[in-house]
Design a protein around this ligand. Structure first.
Ligand SMILES: CC(C)(COP(=O)(O)OP(=O)(O)OC[C@H]1O[C@@H](n2cnc3c(N)ncnc32)[C@H](O)[C@@H]1OP(=O)(O)O)[C@@H](O)C(=O)NCCC(=O)NCCS
Length: 246
């Protein structure tokens, strides 16, 4: 794999794009969206899966509603193999507040994570729980005002790597060590022996300070192609009237 395609979106709270996207979701995705008690989360779940289906459909040679997912035991979604038996594209998605990121590639394991900037309460306790000794030392050497941002950047690298490997948060993030360009996962034997990746190569997502974000893959040197840059999902899909009056 030489590149990873990355799409980032900013969801306009007034847009009605979810009305259109709901049509291509399967029954499990609809049920999951309607299980959210907070309307904003339900809407985000519809938009995330709907946009994902529209991005994957041309690669899979099917319509958005025909895209089929399978899941590993930790909940990581994959594209099901098509009838021709060819290896399907790999992908991952992440959302934070009004932002959505989707990464797609061929022939590699991919993970993406985004986090909106915020002051972190209880940073020392969180660092003690989730960071390695070297990461804690790096963080404590920074001026106080930079620590929340640095923690979130470290976190996105760890989570993108965990999501690329597919083990989910069954792996303690304190066993995940962030390096200059890659992240090492100290996998328990039970996971290592089953072929989960233990080294992932990570890049920051360019986002002009709107969010922290990282893309990870098991392919060193993969270049990121930014194909949508904080675009409105309705505009990306070429929809007229997905705005407030649509
Ligand atoms: C996915 C996970 C790593 C973190 O996600 P998060 O920060 O809350 O949310 P993000 O927005 O970054 O990512 C969520 C997306 O990642 C994907 N995802 C879900 N599980 C995943 C996994 N194990 N690995 C990679 N990606 C995963 C999904 O596409 C999900 O979005 P969707 O449900 O709308 O499709 C976390 O929820 C997790 O580890 N879940 C697994 C729990 C588990 O191990 N369950 C097994 C039961 S023992």
């Amino acid at each position: 794999m030489t590149h990873i395609d990355l799409y980032t979106f900013k969801i306009d709270p007034a847009s009605r794009v979810e009305r259109f996207l709901l049509n291509c979701l399967d029954s499990a995705e609809r049920e999951r969206a309607s299980s959210f008690k907070i309307a904003k989360l339900a809407r985000l779940a519809i938009i995330a899966r709907g946009v994902l289906r529209h991005i994957l459909a041309p690669r899979a040679g099917v319509s958005p509603a025909e895209v089929e997912f399978s899941y590993n035991e930790y909940g990581k979604p994959f594209l099901r193999k098509g009838r021709d038996g060819a290896e399907p594209a790999s992908f991952n998605l992440s959302h934070s507040e009004d932002f959505l990121a989707i990464a797609v590639g061929e022939g590699a394991r991919i993970g993406v994570d985004i986090e909106c900037p915020r002051e972190i309460d209880g940073l020392d306790a969180l660092s003690g729980r989730f960071l390695t000794a070297a990461e804690r030392e790096m963080l404590s050497g920074l001026p106080e005002r930079r620590r929340s941002d640095s923690f979130l950047r470290l976190w996105t690298w760890k989570e993108a790597a965990i999501k690329a490997s597919g083990v989910g948060l069954s792996l303690d993030p304190a066993r995940v060590e962030v390096g200059a360009e890659s992240v090492a996962l100290d996998l328990p034997e039970a996971l290592a022996s089953r072929g989960f990746a233990d080294r992932l190569y990570v890049s920051d997502i360019p986002a002009a300070g709107l969010f922290h974000g990282a893309v990870a893959s098991d392919c060193p040197g993969a270049r990121i192609r930014l194909l949508a840059d904080c675009q409105d999902p309705g505009a990306f899909l070429g929809l007229e009237g997905s705005g407030p009056s649509g």
